[in-house]
Ligand binder design. Structure first.
Ligand code: MF3
Ligand code: CO
Length: 334
């Protein structure tokens, strides 16, 4: 099938939910007003019309807010550029993650890198968040706010999470957990936690292809982490993205991690997979008074996270945020 036809088919496939539901609501309301006014809907009162409009609008909003955007084949190239930029920003800051550095300095490095590439962080100004990264050491689960007062030490583990928006307006989100002072500085449990989380994400992404359910991707991630005795955080979800930073679907690494569960992956879906594992197996969290920083409830159990932005192609999933600087920009690879 030509890619134009495929794109048209995808657009159609993305739409019928709304029109079908509206038609159904219309039929129901017609019956309802006919019943109320005797024989014909012509006698319907103004109140009925307002109720009718409200219901139709409500159904439309509900369905459109849940609909997973299906992107066009030509949207892969700008996503690839966004993903590569995010991966490069992360690779660029990595050597700065050394004992004694504070996390605000790391955030400055990220901001400068992105601005030198004509881009910026998607998190900058997002719901009042004013940083170009989230930097989450040890017991910080996610959304660690960069600060002069958060200084990294040898033996710490730290997640660096970077979401970018390119000058073309496309978003990509990537993160990894690093060993401060190198892996030799880390204790055995920290190594196990970080390695298991990285390997679990890889195992999940290996299952990613069109036609499978999102639960099929998540199941091996959860299974591997649970087998190591780690918790898997459900509360902070992975998400669709593209022209927007966050859009449907919402993907929960704990509760959606069952074979056959959830939505079916279609060519043109773009989303993140970003599992967070916790030491000890508890996944209870608390948010600090800054309104952002999420920590394990016991404030002692450490956590690790890895994240990639992927797109579902015609045959396989493409990891937009994989490291590497070799490929060409324009091949859409589908
Ligand atoms: N990268 C995080 C995500 O998955 C960013 C959360 S929003 C922030 O969406 F403002 F806290 F950064
Ligand atoms: Co994200």
């Amino acid at each position: 099938m030509s890619s134009k036809k495929a794109a048209a088919r995808r657009r159609r496939a993305a739409e019928p939910d709304v029109s079908v539901a509206v038609a159904r609501a219309e039929r129901r309301l017609e019956k309802f007003s006919a019943a109320r006014s005797g024989s014909s809907s012509r006698g319907a009162s103004l109140g009925d019309s307002v109720a009718y409009a409200a219901i139709v609008l409500g159904v439309c909003l509900m369905l459109s807010s849940r609909r997973i955007p299906v992107h066009r084949p030509e949207d892969f190239a700008p996503m690839r550029r966004a993903g590569r930029l995010a991966a490069r920003a992360l690779a660029h800051v990595e050597p700065h993650v050394v004992p004694g550095v504070d996390t605000e300095t790391l955030d400055d490095v990220v901001r400068a890198f992105l601005s030198s590439r004509g881009a910026r962080a998607a998190t900058l100004g997002y719901r009042g968040y004013n940083h170009s990264s989230c930097i989450s050491p040890n017991e910080v689960v996610c959304h660690g706010v960069p600060s002069k007062s958060v200084v990294l030490n040898a033996g710490d583990i730290v997640n660096v999470d970077i979401a970018v928006v390119t000058s073309e307006g496309w978003h990509a989100d990537v993160s990894k957990t690093l060993f401060v002072g190198g892996i030799e500085s880390a204790d055995a449990n920290a190594r196990r936690l970080v390695d298991a989380t990285r390997d679990a994400l890889t195992a999940g992404l290996d299952e990613c292809r069109p036609g499978v359910k999102i639960g099929d991707v998540l199941e091996p991630i959860k299974r591997k982490l649970r087998a190591e005795g780690f918790g898997i955080v459900d509360r902070y979800a992975a998400h669709g993205l593209g022209r927007r930073f966050h859009q449907p679907p919402t993907i929960r690494h704990g509760s959606h991690a069952r074979r056959g569960a959830g939505f079916k992956l279609k060519p043109g879906h773009f989303f993140t997979i970003e599992p967070i594992a916790t030491e000890g197996g508890s996944v209870a969290t608390a948010t600090l008074r800054d309104g952002w920083t999420v920590v394990t409830k016991d404030r002692a159990s450490r956590s690790a996270q890895f994240e990639h932005t992927v797109g579902v192609g015609e045959r396989a999933c493409e990891i937009f945020t994989r490291d590497g600087d070799d490929d060409d920009d324009d091949d859409d690879g589908r």
